[in-house]
Design a protein around this ligand. Structure first.
Ligand SMILES: Nc1ncnc2c1ncn2[C@@H]1O[C@H](COP(=O)(O)OP(=O)(O)OP(=O)(O)O)[C@@H](O)[C@H]1O
Ligand SMILES: [Mg+2]
Length: 287
């Protein structure tokens, strides 16, 4: 079995070694589709590009407002690049952020590129997404009107091509927290998911993976699942079956490169195989 890049048996990097944990991660980022700018990520940063900032200290930083735990800081580097450094409370939350980003890239879903910064401090470094959180768009509403408008906004963006892929990502990762503070609408009108700490909860997944995992995502609900008495079930979805096959192949490659945990591979590909049985689309979306 391939060893995960983060496993403790790795020879530890000497203090101050270039890259730190990012160095080991960098060595393993070999898949061309991870290095390329493709699909909905066009114009945004590659893993190599974000990794090149891991060791740099030429930045100023300030806390970002709006999160629950307050761990996200905006960094502005001397060359003008803006990135978000997020300190997590638990180490597996850092791994969740990194893995959801990798799986997102594998399926073409709109999420930031996330790399390990200093895993000892449970910190990750990611692309800064320009735009408004959905919460911000809803700032004029309160009470029941807020919830109605929130549902409308989610439905509107869930039915776009990037929204469908974000819904697929939320489904296969068991995204537990796609609240309106956890997705951003870019100036080009694209929904981008952020904040993936609450994914991969083993209790969210049916042991046989026959039922869709529990998720708290209007994107996944709009396109892939429906509530039935006592749980959820898959609905027919607009994915092309060959896109699902490509996604599975890429997630296999992430496991081979030691970039994701065995459990992450098993859960995401298992759910993809179920979603494939309901994939009725004729349009390819994953490049
Ligand atoms: N990559 C990013 N690009 C732009 N803004 C971001 C990004 N990451 C976080 N933010 C901003 O910072 C806020 C807080 O970040 P985030 O939602 O990731 O953490 P949190 O809710 O505090 O933490 P958690 O839910 O993990 O406990 C977001 O609502 C958003 O406004
Ligand atoms: Mg959040």
């Amino acid at each position: 079995m391939r060893r995960h890049w983060y496993e403790r048996e790795h020879p530890r990097q000497p203090a101050g070694a270039p890259g730190g944990h990012g160095g080991e991660f960098r060595r393993r980022v070999t898949q061309p589709w991870l290095q390329a700018l493709a699909g909905f990520n066009a114009g945004r940063m590659t893993y190599e590009q974000v990794l090149s900032y891991v060791d740099r200290e030429d930045f100023v930083s300030e806390p970002m407002r709006g999160g629950a735990s307050g761990g996200a800081r905006l960094r502005e580097y001397a060359d003008g690049t803006r990135l978000v450094a997020k300190t997590l409370q638990w180490n597996d939350h850092a791994l969740n952020e990194i893995e959801v980003s990798l799986i997102g890239r594998a399926i073409g879903a709109p999420v930031p590129t996330v790399v390990p910064d200093s895993i000892e401090d449970d910190q990750v470094l990611m692309e800064y997404i320009v735009g408004d959180t959905a919460v911000r768009r809803l700032s004029g509403f309160s009470g029941s009107q807020y919830w109605e408008e929130r549902a409308k906004l989610t439905t509107q963006y869930a039915r776009t091509d990037p929204g469908i892929l974000l819904g697929l990502l939320d489904l296969i990762t068991g995204q537990g927290d796609r609240n309106a503070g956890n997705w951003i609408i870019t100036p080009f009108g694209m929904p981008v998911g952020i904040d993936h700490t609450a994914a991969f909860d083993p209790d969210s997944f049916d042991p046989e993976l026959l039922e869709p995992p529990y998720h708290d995502s209007g994107f996944a609900r709009e396109i892939f699942t429906e509530q039935v008495v006592g749980g959820r079930r898959y609905t027919d979805n607009p994915m092309h079956p060959e896109d699902i096959d490509l996604a599975i192949k890429r997630i296999d490659q992430l496991l081979d490169d030691g970039l994701i945990r065995q459990s992450t591979h098993a859960l995401t590909t298992g759910v993809l195989m179920q979603a494939r049985r309901h994939a009725k689309g004729t349009t390819r979306r994953i490049r």
